[in-house]
Design a binder for this molecule. Structure first.
Ligand SMILES: Cc1cc2nc3c(=O)[nH]c(=O)nc-3n(C[C@H](O)[C@H](O)[C@H](O)COP(=O)(O)OP(=O)(O)OC[C@H]3O[C@@H](n4cnc5c(N)ncnc54)[C@H](O)[C@@H]3O)c2cc1C
Length: 249
């Protein structure tokens, strides 16, 4: 076999992630529906901002359930990573994190996963980010990383939530809006205030702030990501620079 063939085969070989044991190091509410979960694991500190991990729970009878969660924390050398989990009614895995998990509990984790939905300083900008509900989590990781390594890169976050009380990390995002000269938050609350959804005027305002974006990341439910991507393309942003991640329902 020639070395060229080997290289091609290597490029298309499926990436196999191993499961690693993880331990709940800390758990705390961040909103009435979201908890911050710090997990100690061998794969911590390897992630690029925006990537996710898979989490696997095993019941005493051997039944297993696995789900994906974005990593909220950039690498910080602590040997832990932070997930922000929204507790869904009847949610098998989110319900366990929300109602049952305690410090010291063990589970399994693999990753980090998702190379194209990730960002680091050398990737540059400007950055246009749009998150719906818990879809803000990987974008939060990007903003935290940007503040550390490239605060001069212009960035705008369009954040759509039902209410301010349900908005993940709103205090942090509003502080960044106030304190970081090159970052701006564009918040929409769909079930309070004027109840407006993300629309062309909001996208235009965010693009006015960033100038022509170099990177665009959108994350949330299908019903958030698809119309928001359409609005951004309609505003003249090339579809090829838009990266999307969908959390499901
Ligand atoms: C790449 C990726 C990253 C993700 N990151 C996060 C994250 O950072 N934080 C987070 O909270 N979730 C995240 N999710 C969603 C997560 O993987 C699970 O789908 C979610 O926690 C529900 O799992 P569950 O076992 O609790 O619910 P299930 O038992 O699977 O479903 C319970 C009920 O909730 C509904 N449901 C399932 N998923 C969703 C959803 N995403 N939104 C609304 N309703 C749903 C189902 O239709 C069902 O009615 C991510 C998903 C992906 C693919």
């Amino acid at each position: 076999m020639s070395s060229a063939t080997s290289a091609t085969e290597a490029a298309f070989a499926p990436i196999v992630f191993h499961w690693y044991e993880a331990e709940v190091a800390a758990i705390a509410p961040v909103t009435p529906t979201v908890k911050s979960v710090r997990l100690r694991c061998a794969i911590a500190d390897r992630q690029r901002a925006g990537q996710h991990v898979d989490v696997r729970l095993t019941a005493e009878d051997g039944y297993r359930a696995s789900r994906s969660y974005s990593v909220a924390s950039p690498p910080d050398g602590s040997g832990t990573l932070e997930l922000l989990v929204e507790g869904l009614p009847d949610g098998e895995v989110s319900g366990w994190f929300f109602d049952t998990a305690e410090v010291g509990d063990r589970l399994e984790m693999r990753g980090p996963i998702g190379g194209s939905f990730s960002w680091d300083g050398p990737d540059g900008g400007p950055l246009l980010l749009a998150g719906g509900g818990s879809g803000v989590v990987p974008l939060l990781a990007m903003l935290r990383r940007r503040a550390e390594v490239a605060p001069e890169i212009p960035a705008a976050l369009i954040f759509s939530v039902r209410s301010r009380a349900e908005a993940i990390a709103l205090d942090e995002l509003e502080a960044r809006h106030r304190d970081e000269p090159h970052f701006s938050l564009f918040l929409r609350t769909t079930r309070e205030g004027d109840g407006r959804r993300v629309d062309d005027a909001l996208v235009a305002a965010a693009l006015d702030w960033t100038g022509a974006p170099g990177k665009v990341f959108l994350c949330g439910s299908n019903r958030f990501v698809s119309p928001t991507a359409d609005l951004i393309v309609a505003a003249g942003v090339p579809a090829g620079i838009i990266r999307t991640e969908r959390f499901g329902a």
